[in-house]
Ligand binder design. Structure first.
Ligand code: GAR
Length: 195
C-alpha cells in the first residue's frame, strides 16, 4: 500500500476529496495532513477522518525558507510517504525541498496552466476577458506552477462573473480531477488527460 502525505493551508476541500478517494482497492492511503497554518480548517477535517496531522507554522521561521522547509521535510518524513499532494498549500517551496521528493509531488492549481501561475487566478482570468477558466493538476518542479500538466478541466466564464462565483464553479472540477489524477499517477501513468 502506497502512502500519500497531503499539504494544506486552508479549508482542505481538495484534501477531503483526495482522502475519501483512498479507500477500498485504491493503491494508497493518506498517511499525513500537514498545514503551515495552525488555524487551517482542513486539520479538523483530517482528524475527523482519522488521518494523522501536523503543523509547521511558517510565521515561526521569520522568512527563513530553508529552515521552514527543513522542518516540513522532517515532519513529512516521519510518516514515510511515497507521494506528496499539495492541496491548497500556499507556500513556495525551495528547490532543495522539491529535489528531496523529486518526481513524487503533485499540485492542483486553479487556472488553465500555463496561464495565471501564482495568485488571484480567477480575478486575472475575468479581468483578461477570457471565455473559460479551469484547474490543472501538475507535477511539481522547481519552476513555480510550471511542471508537466497531468490533467486539466475547463468551465465557462459567464457574463458578470465574480472571482468568487468562478471559484465556486471550478472547485467541483478540482475535486473530480485531483483524485483521478493521483490514482493514475500512482499507477505510473503520467500522460495528460483533458476533461
Ligand atoms: C483550491 O482552489 C486550490 O486549487 C488552490 O487553493 C484552493 C484550496 O482550497 N490552490 C492554489 O491556489 C495553489 N497556488 P481547499 O483548501 O478547499 O482545497
Amino acid at each position: 500500500m502506497k502512502r500519500v502525505a497531503i499539504l494544506i493551508s486552508g479549508g482542505g476541500s481538495n484534501m477531503v476529496s483526495l482522502a475519501k478517494s483512498m479507500t477500498g482497492d485504491h493503491p494508497a492511503r493518506p498517511c499525513l495532513v500537514l498545514s503551515n497554518r495552525p488555524e487551517a480548517g482542513g486539520l479538523a477535517k483530517a482528524a475527523d477522518m482519522g488521518i494523522p496531522t501536523a503543523v509547521v507554522d511558517h510565521t515561526e521561521f521569520k522568512g527563513d525558507r530553508a529552515a521552514f522547509d527543513a522542518a516540513v521535510i522532517a515532519a513529512i518524513d516521519a510518516h514515510a510517504p511515497d507521494v506528496l499532494a499539495l492541496a491548497g498549500f500556499m507556500r513556495i517551496l525551495t528547490p532543495e525541498f522539491i529535489a528531496h521528493y523529486e518526481g513524487r509531488i503533485l499540485n492542483i492549481h486553479p487556472s488553465l496552466l500555463p496561464k495565471y501561475k501564482g495568485l488571484h487566478t480567477h480575478a486575472r482570468a475575468i479581468e483578461a476577458g477570457d471565455k473559460e477558466a479551469g484547474c490543472s493538476v501538475h507535477e511539481v518542479t522547481a519552476e513555480l506552477d510550471g511542471g508537466p500538466i497531468l490533467a486539466q478541466a475547463r468551465v465557462p466564464i459567464l457574463e458578470g462573473d465574480t472571482p468568487e462565483a468562478l471559484a465556486a464553479r471550478v472547485l467541483p472540477k478540482e475535486h473530480e480531477i485531483y483524485p483521478a489524477t493521483l490514482r493514475r499517477f500512482l499507477d505510473g501513468d503520467r500522460s495528460r488527460v483533458d476533461y
